[in-house]
Design a protein around this ligand. Structure first.
Ligand code: 3H9
Length: 693
């Protein structure tokens, strides 16, 4: 007894063997962990003094899954299935003792144990779907046997982390034990199992729930139908459904074979490669190479927001949600009241959907203070300006804030395009100034572009990155340029989409191609949603573009019932003959002959110029790494995660192919278009963006 290997310890207390795994940070089931468990089980099995076994983890969590870093490498025995068999086939009861998160392969290991106990703060889940996988170590076969196929479908296709109490209610956990006393309580539980001579409960043999669902294919067809929108484009949910169908219709061992086959197909596919890449890309984004290690974040106990419009209100909610008081400043009382009322309505809607307790609506609202005096922001640790997108206006606000804000306060602008350095220049403290570019709706969208000015201090950046995580955002550090990473690339796409209108493609043709690619909507549907009059000026409008003409006709998007599309009462979009005529009139005035653009051309002309712009962004060091650009597009613009982001997508298409196509389309791409030297170099060298170090 004692150390089994570098990550596993085996000890015996009062006849109970304790297998303790210690493999930081998340006890992922790497080879050493698997080997440690199997060897411990052998020893515990052979030791006559051992009556039962407890499997427990050190550190912040129970096993959080298979080791994702091992995927794609040659598998090494013992495999996870052997580990689980060694637990399930043990002649002595095995109890999983869970804290933190038992996820993926970790939960599958726990399902291989005869009993499961957990502390109330623990969570269980099978999140493989987020990696475009299915639980491949029996999860799709065992979970339905405990919780029934309906709940298993929900839990595995959503990948949700389910809290311990709900798990106990579903029968997934046998007992909850006091917080902080897992080890002692699990040993007590094991002793009870021995004393009462309880049976070795093997989940594989629990057939009641799956048998009850046999001959009811509607369980699956209805689930497919109800979730069709949510699953659009994703492979894994359908594979998961099929695997659970096998659990219902076949004996356990045959179901396991189906699970294995489906798992392997997913693992070998492009979607899983993309989603595994995104998993690490997201974590990489928070790592800033030139910040000193362990630079402490500044405390942010009070936040000020200038502007109670859609953005300001949404931003405020992020902080109220985590208990940070926010003071919101407006220039007019009615605008302030309207802003606060919108926030309240948002919270109430969430409460109505059961996602927020009614008392929490009041609690959060009570953290928000509205005022008309900028001076009230004097004691804020962070002030975020969210006023009209105009440099002169923003400068005026910052000059005032510089006089009002206390020393050591961070001053942020929520600008989407403007030069943070110019904004910072009107203050005496440019090192305290940065951009925090939230995406609309700011309380929902996960992306935060943290814009580093030329003088922004390291500590201010570190604080912003950590704060972003606290409010549930994915932060990406970007440099100063027009539109930063996201909107700058969006502009490249928009330019092409607009140009194609003048060649014969209609807005709905272009939107359809991007929707089918997996985007939530195309550029014209997006423009209608945002409002066509953003940046439009009635006084200077001169019917010079399709968009201007639409605005002049009061077709300003969804809010006016018409824009590029016509909308009915339910806001369902229909292609508009009015828009079509406007476009055709423009074409005939320009003497252009419409032609049929293929879906391939539409897709390539929308996306390849974006990739090219992304490469320029890398050359100019506006983004730290290609994967950061991908994280921006996935979290800020709904780029389909199963395509890994635009830069990953470019790698999978092949950079030489991208360059060849850009050259072919060259004359159509506009006078200002040029191919990025970085893109051209990588293509010539046969390299990928992922090879950039
Ligand atoms: C699976 O199990 C397949 C099986 O069904 C079948 C097999 C046959 N492996 O997120 P954090 C690293 S698929 C390797 O920042 P948090 C992560 O990269 C797996 N590494 O912490 C990071 O490294 P670094 C199913 C992993 O507290 C560090 O741990 N399981 C793994 O915010 C900290 O991570 C999942 O999909 C892993 N499995 O969140 C669970 N997990 O510090 C995936 C994490 O170098 N994990 N790392 O950047 C999570 O959801 C979160 O990490 C967790 C902690 C909630 C656990």
């Amino acid at each position: 007894m004692g150390a089994i290997n570098a990550v596993t310890d085996l000890s015996v207390e009062d006849g109970i063997a304790l297998i303790t795994i210690n493999y930081p940070p998340v006890n992922a089931l790497s080879h050493a962990v698997r080997e440690g468990i199997v060897n411990s089980m052998k020893q515990a099995g052979a030791d006559a003094a051992v009556k039962a076994v407890v499997l427990i983890c050190e550190g912040r969590t129970f096993m959080a899954g298979a080791d994702i870093t091992e995927f794609g490498k040659p598998p090494k025995s013992p495999w996870l299935l052997e580990v689980i068999e060694s637990l399930e086939n043990s002649s002595k009861p095995v109890i999983a003792a869970i804290h933190g998160t038992a996820l993926g392969g970790g939960l599958e290991v726990a399902l291989g144990c005869h009993y499961r106990v957990a502390v109330p703060s623990a969570k269980c889940g099978l999140p493989e779907v987020h990696l475009c996988l299915l639980p491949g170590a029996g999860g799709t076969q065992r979970l339905p046997r405990i919780v029934g196929p309906e709940k298993a479908l929900e839990m595995i296709t959503s990948g949700a982390h389910v809290d311990a109490r709900t798990c106990q209610a579903m029968g997934l956990l046998d007992e909850l034990v006091p917080e902080g006393q897992l080890r002692a309580s699990a040993i007590e539980f094991a002793k009870k199992v021995v004393a009462e001579n309880r049976p070795l409960k093997k989940v594989r043999d629990m057939n009641d729930k799956v048998e009850a669902a046999r001959g009811k294919p509607e369980i699956f067809s209805e689930f497919r139908k109800a979730n069709a929108r949510k699953f659009r484009g994703f492979l894994a949910p359908e594979y998961i459904i099929r695997s659970i169908e096998a659990a219902v219709n076949l004996p356990f061992d045959e179901g396991m074979q189906i699970e294995r086959k489906l798992f392997q197909e997913l693992m070998d596919g492009e979607q899983s490669a993309a989603q595994r890449y995104v998993f690490f890309a997201e974590r990489q984004a928070s790592k800033i190479p030139d910040l000193p290690d362990n630079l402490p974040a500044l405390p942010i106990a009070k936040v000020g927001i200038v502007g109670a419009g859609t953005m300001g209100g949404g931003i405020a909610m992020n902080f109220a949600n985590i208990g940070i008081p926010v003071t919101i400043v407006e220039t007019r009382q009615e605008a302030l009241e309207r802003g606060l009322a919108v926030i309240r309505k948002n919270y109430e809607t969430t409460a109505k959907r059961g996602k927020l307790k009614t008392e929490d609506v009041e609690k959060r609202m009570s953290l928000l203070t509205g005022t008309l005096e900028l001076e009230k922001l004097a004691d804020c640790d962070l002030i975020i300006e969210a006023v009209f997108e105009n440099m002169a206006v923003k400068k005026e606000v910052f000059a005032k804030l510089d006089k009002i804000a206390k020393q050591g306060a961070i001053l942020a602008s929520n600008t989407s395009y403007l030069d943070i350095n110019e904004i910072a220049s009107v203050t005496q403290r440019p090192e305290w100034v940065l951009g925090l570019h939230f995406f609309s709706p700011a309380n929902v969208m996960r992306l935060l572009e943290v814009v580093r000015g030329a003088k922004t201090s390291a500590q201010v950046i570190a604080t912003a990155m950590q704060l972003a995580k606290k409010i549930g955002k994915v932060a990406v550090l970007v440099g100063v340029c027009y539109g930063f990473v996201g909107n700058r690339m969006l502009a490249a796409r928009q330019e092409q989409a607009t140009a194609m209108l003048m060649e014969g493609a209609m807005p709905w043709d272009i939107d359809k191609v991007l929707y089918d690619f997996g985007m939530p909507m195309g550029p014209f549907a997006m423009a209608d949603l945002a409002g066509l009059d953003i940046g439009w000026n009635k006084e200077t409008s001169s019917s010079s573009t399709v968009r201007e003409v639409l605005c002049e006709m009061d077709r300003r998007g969804q809010k006016t019932g018409a824009g590029f599309y016509d909308y009915d009462e339910q806001r369902t979009a229909r292609p508009s003959p009015v828009t079509e005529k406007i476009i055709k009139d423009f074409m005939s005035k320009a003497g252009a002959t419409p032609r049929q653009l293929s879906e391939q051309e539409i897709l390539e002309r929308c996306i390849y110029p974006m990739i090219n712009e992304g490469a320029k962004i890398l050359e100019e060091k506006i983004a730290l790494r290609p994967s950061d650009i991908d994280i921006v597009w996935i979290n800020g613009y709904g780029w389909p995660v199963y395509r890994g982001g635009p830069m990953f997508y470019a790698d999978s298409v092949g950079l030489a192919n991208v360059v060849a196509k850009l050259k072919e389309y060259g004359p159509k791409l506009g006078a200002g278009f040029s191919i990025s030297p970085l893109l051209e170099r990588l293509a010539a060298e046969g390299k990928r963006f992922q090879d950039l170090k």
